[in-house]
Design a binder for this molecule. Structure first.
Ligand SMILES: Nc1ncnc2c1ncn2[C@@H]1O[C@H](COP(=O)(O)OP(=O)(O)OP(=O)(O)O)[C@@H](O)[C@H]1O
Ligand SMILES: [Mg+2]
Length: 308
C-alpha cells in the first residue's frame, strides 16, 4: 500500500541556528493512527507544522497524498485537518459560524447536515450558537476538532488534543478518534499522556531532540522492549543467593523477602522452568510468585530517561 504521508530526509534549522529536526523519515499509511511521543521541545509540533505546510523545512520533502506540501500546497492542505496545540479561536464568533467559515475557506459548499453530525459527535450541538468566549477550556478543544473536520479531511493532525482535558472527556475524544479511524481517516497525534498512545495508537513514534528514535507498531514495541519481571516471595530469609542461581541475575530484597527475575517478554526460552528447578535444588521455599509486564510508559522512560 502506498503511503498517504511521506516524510523524506526532513531537517529543520530555525533562523536562530537551532536544529529542531534531524533527518526525519516517516511513511504513514492511510487509515492508521500514529502517536508521536517525546518530551517538551523534542520537535513534535515542528514536524506537524512542516507536514501541514505552515513551517518551511531546511531540507528534505513531504508528500501528502502524493502532493508536495510546498509546490502543491493547496492540494496537500485540502487533505489535512489540523487541531493546533495552542487554542486560537475568535472570541466573538459562534461555534457554528466558525465551522461554516472554515469550510468556506477550503472552497467547499455549505453542508448543514455534516456540521450537525460533527457537532453531535463532539457533544457540542447545544453550544452551536455560543460564542467562543462563553465556552470552557475543554469545549474550546472540542471546537478546534470540529473546525478541523468540517472540510472532510483525509488526514487529521491532533497536536496534544487532550491537554488540560478531564478523564471523562478524554475518553470521549478517544471514541471520536476511533470512529474517524473506522471511516478511514488517517490520524497523527502528539501526546504527553502515554496511556493515550497505549489506548488508541496503531503505531508509536518517539522523538527526542529532533531525532525520530523509533517508529514501531505499538504491540511490537511492547513485546520487543517489554521486560517481564517475576517476583518470588520467600518463606524465610536467605543469607546470600546460592551459587547455582547466579546465572539468573536475581535481585534479592532482604526487606521484602523477595527474589526478582527479569526476562524478555518475547523470548522463546524464558528460563522460568530451570529457575524453579534450581530454586528447588537450593531448597528455597516459596510463598508466592507474581509477574509484571512493563507498560509503554516504562519503555518510554527507558528510552528517553534522563537523556532528554
Ligand atoms: N520559531 C522558532 N524559532 C526558534 N526555535 C523554535 C521555533 N519554534 C520552535 N523552536 C524550538 O524548536 C524545538 C522544538 O519545538 P517544538 O514546538 O517542535 O517541540 P514539541 O516537541 O512540540 O514540544 P512540546 O511538547 O512542548 O509541545 C524547541 O527547542 C523550540 O524552542
Ligand atoms: Mg508541541
Amino acid at each position: 500500500m502506498s503511503s498517504i504521508i511521506s516524510v523524506q530526509d526532513l531537517s529543520k534549522e530555525y533562523d536562530n541556528g537551532f536544529k529542531a529536526l534531524k533527518n526525519i523519515n516517516l511513511e504513514i499509511e492511510q487509515g492508521e493512527v500514529i502517536a508521536l511521543l517525546g518530551p517538551n521541545g523534542a520537535g513534535k509540533t515542528t514536524l506537524i507544522s512542516i507536514i501541514c505546510g505552515l513551517v518551511s523545512p531546511t531540507s528534505g520533502q513531504v508528500l501528502v497524498g502524493g502532493n508536495n506540501v510546498i509546490k502543491d500546497y493547496r492540494k496537500a492542505r485540502s487533505m489535512i485537518g489540523l487541531v493546533p496545540q495552542e487554542i486560537a479561536l475568535e472570541p466573538f464568533q459562534s461555534v457554528m459560524n466558525g465551522m461554516k467559515f472554515t469550510r468556506g475557506l477550503f472552497g467547499k459548499r455549505p453542508d448543514a447536515e455534516l456540521m450537525k453530525d460533527i457537532l453531535m459527535r463532539l457533544s457540542l450541538w447545544d453550544k452551536r450558537d455560543a460564542k467562543t468566549m462563553e465556552l470552557s477550556g475543554g469545549m474550546k478543544r472540542r471546537v478546534l476538532i470540529a473546525k478541523a473536520l468540517c472540510h472532510e479531511p483525509a488526514v487529521l493532525f491532533l497536536d496534544e488534543p487532550t491537554a488540560g482535558v478531564d478523564v471523562e472527556l478524554r475518553k470521549d475524544m478517544w471514541a471520536v478518534i476511533e470512529q474517524l479511524k473506522a471511516e478511514g481517516v488517517t490520524i497523527i497525534l502528539t501526546t504527553h499522556y502515554i496511556e493515550e498512545a497505549e489506548a488508541i495508537a496503531d503505531r508509536v513514534g518517539i522523538i527526542r531532540k529532533g531525532d525520530l528514535l523509533l517508529v514501531e507498531q505499538k504491540e511490537t514495541l511492547m513485546q520487543r522492549m517489554g521486560q517481564r519481571q517475576m517476583v518470588i516471595e520467600l518463606s524465610e530469609p536467605i543469607i546470600a543467593i546460592p551459587k547455582n542461581l547466579k546465572p539468573f541475575n536475581l535481585e534479592y530484597s532482604s526487606e521484602d523477602l523477595t527474589l526478582t527475575y527479569s526476562y524478555e517478554a518475547s523470548g522463546e526460552r524464558t528460563g522460568i522452568a530451570s529457575l524453579f528447578t534450581e530454586l528447588s535444588n537450593a531448597k528455597i521455599i516459596l510463598r508466592d510468585v507474581q509477574t509484571h509486564q512493563s507498560s509503554l510508559e516504562d519503555i518510554f522512560v527507558d528510552l528517553i530517561g534522563d537523556k532528554s
